[in-house]
Design a protein around this ligand. Structure first.
Ligand code: NAD
Length: 486
């Protein structure tokens, strides 16, 4: 399905581009899987020009039926190749196999159908009826239209989910897209280009896929005046750079950024159930999820007990081969990311923390990029290790002195992406959830992930929402029309 090296998709053509190739690695082994086309600034320029032409000169922005058909074709093509895609995703992302049945593959593929259905049933025009502003009889309506050319810039941790959560609503809304994926996972994006070109009726230029080892191509996309909206997912630091690049042309920016979310265990909770759930859910995919709850807040008088339960759970989770059905926590994506996490582990000790479990590389894994599931105790919420996003299987356990204190600590963060509350009295748990300044909250193990659920951040975790009807509307402009009538 995927030629080697994997190609770019530029104006409907699968091409090697002009910059040679770069390697993509298997993070579980460190081995080179193969190569991907390494686009240059000239290739990016061509992609943007093609997306602009497809938006300005074809019927795509106004043909809802074509868009709905194309999205369903893409979903069906991805499903036809799901066995191959699953193996490729495990190999390139290091994603545990069980996650490919959900957010790493099958979930986002199905979500394309949800966006097609939404476009089909959407109220594109809303009649506001007649009025006589300043004595002028007028028939008014509000029309929703695509924004134009979307620059989509994505990270490596859930590549299919994030690439498709941008492509799906952007295309359903009638935009054209230039997708620039992370250099760590080019194949997960390139495969979309191949399927779009060979198995769908998506017209040339409507989707352009530009893999590159050069982050500067992301900045180029954010700066270019022909791009109307930048839809970015990645770190808060890069989000700031994207917003700055986009500012010169005042284009719309949509940012899904980092997090350091809190899991609040209330004093009436079943501590064993709450702490083991908090532990295993937060180190899934080696903690490489922006919304994972990596600060666990427990009642102060049960801190020792919680340390014991979480450590036992993390030891039993371990770090395993992502190919294995039972693996929850696989490798981290790269040597760079592993080194960054190890830097935080050193910092935790310097800040006065201790490892209740983990703290290093798992035994016997000398190839690839690995970190043991780790619990850090003995820190306060002021420590950098407790405040900054580590993006690895590293949890920090913090004590709280009751509900108000727990809410204070949870909200004492520059981020506001997600959170969780666990308690026996559901009304009380709901009350605490309502006070968390975050875009999503789980109460007693509830899972908010789904095509119809808006996802995004308060504070420095982002601007706007992805998924759901709110996510679709990020890709729409609003035009109000008034016709003079008698
Ligand atoms: P990153 O910010 O380093 O890179 C993300 C993308 O931005 C990549 O494609 C990269 O090439 C590109 N890029 C880099 N510099 C750029 C620049 N100056 N201008 C434009 N684009 C540029 O993030 P990452 O390491 O790939 O991913 C991990 C981060 O993503 C974490 O912080 C995580 O929390 C965040 N994330 C957030 C969400 C969310 O929905 N909120 C989801 C997944 C990941």
């Amino acid at each position: 399905m995927l030629p080697h090296p994997s190609p770019l998709l530029l104006d409907g053509r699968l091409t090697d581009g002009s910059g040679g190739t770069f390697d993509t690695l298997n993070p579980a082994t460190g081995e080179v899987l193969g190569a991907a086309a390494d686009a240059t600034a000239a290739d990016m320029d061509e992609a943007i020009a093609a997306a602009r032409r497809a938006f300005d000169e074809t019927g795509w922005p106004r043909d809802v039926a074509l868009r709905v058909r194309c999205l369903r074709q893409l979903r069906d093509a991805l499903r036809r190749h799901s066995d191959e895609l699953r193996e490729m995703t495990i190999a390139e992302v290091g994603a545990p196999r069980f996650l490919t049945a959900g957010a790493q593959l099958d979930g986002p593929v199905a979500d394309l159908g949800w966006f097609a259905d939404l476009a089909e049933s959407y109220e594109w025009t809303r009649d506001l009826g007649r009025a006589e502003p300043m004595g002028m009889p007028s028939a008014r309506r509000v029309v929703r239209e695509p924004v134009g050319v979307v620059g989509a810039i994505t990270p490596w941790n859930f590549p299919h989910q994030i690439n498709l959560a941008k492509l799906g609503p952007a295309l359903a809304a009638g935009n054209t897209v230039v997708l620039k994926p992370a250099p760590d996972t080019p194949w997960c994006a390139a495969v979309l280009g191949v399927l779009i070109a060979t198995e769908t009726d998506i017209p040339p230029g409507v989707v352009n896929i530009v893999t590159s080892s050069d982050h500067a191509l992301g900045a180029q996309l954010a700066e270019d005046p022909r791009v109307d909206l930048v839809s970015f997912t990645g770190s808060t630091a890069t989000g700031r750079a994207v917003m700055t690049s986009a500012a010169a042309t005042l284009k719309k920016v949509f940012l899904e950024l980092g997090g350091k979310s809190a899991f609040v265990v209330l004093d009436d909770a079943d501590l064993r159930a709450a702490c083991s759930y908090a532990a295993f859910s937060s180190v899934a995919h080696a903690g490489q999820g922006c919304a994972l709850t990596t600060r666990i807040l427990v009642p102060r008088d049960r801190y020792e007990e919680a340390t014991e339960i979480i450590s036992r759970t993390l030891r039993s989770v371990g770090a395993g081969d992502p190919n294995d059905e039972a693996t929850m926590c696989g490798p981290v994506i790269s040597a760079r990311q592993r080194d960054r996490i190890e830097g935080y582990l050193e910092l935790a000790l310097k800040e006065g923390g201790a490892f209740a479990c983990g703290g290093g590389r798992p035994e016997g894994r000398d190839r690839g990029f690995w970190i043991e599931p780790t619990l850090i105790t003995g820190l306060t919420n002021d420590a950098r290790t407790a405040r900054e996003e580590i993006f690895g299987p590293v949890l920090v356990l913090l004590p709280h002195d009751g509900d108000d204190d727990a809410v204070r600590i949870a909200n004492d963060s520059p981020y506001g992406l997600s959170g969780a509350v666990y308690g026996t009295d559901v009304e009380r748990a709901r009350g605490v959830a309502a006070r968390l300044r975050t875009g999503t909250v789980s109460v007693n193990g509830g899972v908010w992930y789904g095509a119809d659920v808006p996802f995004g951040g308060y504070k420095q975790s982002g601007i706007g929402r992805e998924m759901g009807a709110a996510g679709f509307e990020e890709y729409l402009e609003i035009k109000s029309i008034a016709e003079g009538v008698q």
